[in-house]
Design a protein around this ligand. Structure first.
Ligand SMILES: C[S@@+](CC[C@H](N)C(=O)[O-])C[C@H]1O[C@@H](n2cnc3c(N)ncnc32)[C@H](O)[C@@H]1O
Length: 241
């Protein structure tokens, strides 16, 4: 299925072949590249933030070039925390072909939102982003915490955003779970891979008004009822186990 789609989109096929030749990225699977291409053609985002530079940068750039409407100026900001990989990506990326792409190096840092802690890039260019692709930075910071965390760049943007922003998350289940707790089940879904589709998390359009943990009453009405009352157990019976 993914191969047939690529065959029908020669410019995508070309850019993927180019990425394979020059980038050395371990990056997204073919099915995810196809999904990113389709999503950009469907939504036509003007400004996209990519967390984690690589093969997907080529795909997003190509899709944004195809989707650009006259009079709009596309912008793709691609963040990379690893300096060596950033430098390799800068050398490999065809900047002349896609002048609207900025590849930005920024070390990994820690961010907190309510009781959730996760990794972010230290500094991300400010912009009215329409779409975020979450595939970096790493979810570990062993200096801080031995366990897998989530990525919070998207949530940090939503905290500042009065305009709707969407996210596509490449597999990262801890991140999907964290976003579900922060934004509620109605806005976040995990789509397991299979039949030509990689595992993806999707966040429907959200603004800062959708951050449920920011508002105790909203949290009590939305997230908390799932934890209330389990069968006919009394607190004492439940405590006994
Ligand atoms: C899961 S990779 C994906 C990056 C990108 N979204 C893609 O699809 O190619 C996440 C991170 O791994 C690192 N990485 C990816 N490919 C690499 C390679 N060939 N050598 C070194 N680091 C790599 C980079 O730090 C990158 O941000």
């Amino acid at each position: 299925m993914a191969r047939a789609y690529v065959a029908e989109h020669p410019r995508l096929a070309e850019v993927l072949a180019h990425a394979d030749r020059v980038s050395g990225s371990t990056g997204v699977q073919l099915a995810d590249s196809v999904f990113l291409h389709k999503a950009v053609l469907r939504l036509r985002p003007t400004t996209v933030l990519e967390c984690g530079t690589g093969r997907s940068t080529f795909v997003l750039a190509q899709a944004m070039a195809e989707a650009a409407q006259p009079g709009t100026r596309p912008r793709l900001v691609s963040m990379e925390h690893d300096r060596a990989w950033f430098e390799a990506a800068l050398r490999a990326f065809p900047k002349d072909e896609f002048p609207f792409v900025e590849i930005v190096h920024s070390p990994q840092a820690l961010h907190g939102y309510s009781f959730v802690r996760g990794t972010v890039y230290s500094s991300v260019p400010t912009a009215p982003y329409d779409l975020v692709f979450v595939d970096g930075p790493g979810q570990e910071m062993s200096s801080v915490h031995p366990h897998t965390m989530c990525n919070l760049d998207f949530i940090r943007l939503v905290e500042q955003s009065d305009r709707p922003v969407r996210a596509i998350i490449d597999n990262r289940k801890h991140t999907v779970l964290a976003y579900t707790v922060i934004l509620g089940r109605a806005k976040v879904r995990f789509f397991p891979g299979g039949r030509g589709q990689g595992s993806l998390g999707i966040v429907a359009p959200v603004t800062r008004k959708d951050l449920l943990l920011a508002d105790k009453m909203a949290m009590r009405k939305t997230l908390f009822p799932e934890f209330v009352r389990i069968g006919g157990d009394t607190p004492l019976a439940f405590l006994e186990g």
